[in-house]
Design a binder for this molecule. Structure first.
Ligand code: MG
Length: 313
């Protein structure tokens, strides 16, 4: 008898420990019925949130606030890697209408850091070069040696960029002379493009490096001849007058592998020197570097990044 009472008592306790936290900690939001008659606790009656919840720290919103703006709808690309509905397509394999050329020295990104004297010398040397133009065929474009860097006509600040690239199957050169090119955000901040499949070079110059600053977290190279992908998130630096108030940051994914996780850039790409920031426009062209080696590109698109809680349109 005594045992039976104890069992009943323990049973009630177990039930209470299960039931009380379940209801106290996770009050299920009331979904609207077909008739719209059910109202959530403390919300306006539309069943889509709560206003009797705590305020989020530093924000004008409650937890689960029904009045918080909803993000815009973006339709993803039909296949992985295809541009989503709000992307600006920079190259779809058909034409180069979104691009212009800029003739600067081989490895041109450093051109931004050139002295006037270097620039003058370069201009002279360029007079003997072939006409501008990259090869366009079979849905890709290919670097033509000494034919200039490619710059987007449109200029950008904070962005997400998708780029696909391929190195020649027939390997030529080694170290920095095998498939060297580069994706330069704002024509300054380079993510290195280099055939780094079994091709040793200095770590901060291999594929995916923030060139001259940070090696990638991994070498995710595919064999030459195979198409590879970059997905890059770039936060542009901010200046107040001459003063840098926020540096640039890179997040980079190569063939699905994370290479940089919001890594701070030390400044614009420069060769054999320490990078440093200089005041610049808030937006500038995306650049594909011409390093006079036959790298191919296809399927390039870009999205302008927006901040959280933008008003709904
Ligand atoms: Mg390069």
């Amino acid at each position: 008898m005594r045992n039976r009472s104890l069992i009943v008592f323990l049973g009630i306790c177990a039930l209470l420990t299960w039931a009380i936290p379940a209801t106290a900690q996770n009050p299920a939001p009331v979904r609207p019925t077909a008739q719209g008659s059910a109202a959530p606790r403390g919300a306006g009656g539309d069943g889509l949130g709560f206003t009797d919840t705590p305020m989020l720290p530093g924000l004008p919103y409650h937890v689960h606030d029904p009045g918080r703006p909803h993000p815009p709808v973006v339709t993803p690309g039909a296949q992985p890697g295809a541009p989503p509905s709000d992307a600006i397509v920079l190259f779809d394999g058909k034409d180069l209408s979104q691009w212009t050329y800029d003739r600067r020295p081989m490895g041109g990104g450093g051109g931004r850091a050139m002295t006037d004297e270097m620039r003058a010398r370069l201009q002279k040397a360029q007079e003997s070069q072939p006409p501008l133009g990259w090869k366009l065929e079979n849905g890709y474009m290919e670097v033509i040696p000494r034919a200039g860097d490619l710059l987007t006509k449109e200029k950008f600040g904070d962005v997400q960029v998708h780029v696909e690239f391929q190195f020649p199957e027939n390997i030529q050169g080694q170290s920095q002379n095998r498939g060297n090119s580069g994706v330069l955000l704002q024509s300054r901040y380079e993510i290195q493009v280099l055939d780094s499949y079994r091709n040793p070079t200095y770590a901060d110059g291999q594929v995916g490096a923030i060139y001259g600053q940070w090696p990638p977290l991994a070498n995710a190279s595919r064999r030459p001849g195979e198409w590879q992908t970059y997905d890059i998130v770039f936060e542009a630096p901010r200046f107040e007058g001459e003063k840098l108030v926020k540096p640039a940051y890179f997040t980079v994914i190569h063939n699905g592998v994370l290479l940089h996780n919001r890594k701070e850039s030390m400044g614009p790409m420069i060769y054999r020197q320490v990078a440093h920031y200089a005041p610049q426009p808030a937006e500038d062209s995306l650049m594909l570097q011409n390093h006079s080696q036959p790298v191919r590109y296809r399927n390039i698109w870009i999205r302008r990044l927006k901040s959280y809680d933008q008003p709904e349109k």
